[in-house]
Design a protein around this ligand. Sequence first.
Ligand code: G4P
Length: 194
Amino acid sequence: MNKLRQAIEEQGVIVSDQILKVDTFLNHTVDPLLMEQIGKDFAEHFKNRGITKVITIESGGIAPALMCAHAMRLPLVFAKKAVPSTMNDPISTTLHSFTKNRDYTLCMERSAVHPDDVLLFVDDFLANGEALKGICRLAGQAGARVEGAAICIEKAWQPGHQAAEELGMDLFVLASIVSMSRENGIVWAKEEAE
Ligand code: G4P
């Protein structure tokens, strides 16, 4: 069992059969040694794939994405959820967050990604796939390509997994959950390394 799954088993809280709380090590309090391992695992999977930049969305994706970028010795770009007044030439797209039940604008500086960039999308959760599709739309506006998606935790019954496949993406997931319940705990998918 990889270290992320171990942390989820030990510290994760199953709030309902749809929501897993991981705020003691991943997306609120952050465990840097675990992030370092996650970054190395992502980098190992995507080495020799011509990746030129790691991309994520603020805020939950930044910690694992930064450690992945560090391991790959590549820059990290994180898309923002509001257009800062300092942005010169923003490109943007609208996303719907099902978990938070609201729309928001995802944006980044046009010059942050170049037409010849090959991007690796990193995120903490893959759920509905809205984040992944939004990043692909932004990359498209910049003329760049998203080569793969490196995900910490996937809730495999939600549409994100299929969305990644439909986009022709190399999807690498460290902790893929088939189902979960407070009564019976987590049912894991087979680990890629098994
Ligand atoms: P998506 O991430 O695949 O696009 O699906 P969705 O629209 O459902 O996700 C919306 C937000 O909810 C995302 O964070 C995502 O990381 C988070 N999320 C989804 N499922 C879970 C879950 O089971 N547990 C927790 N803790 N979060 C979940 P976000 O809106 O981008 O916010 P943030 O990264 O700034 O926190």
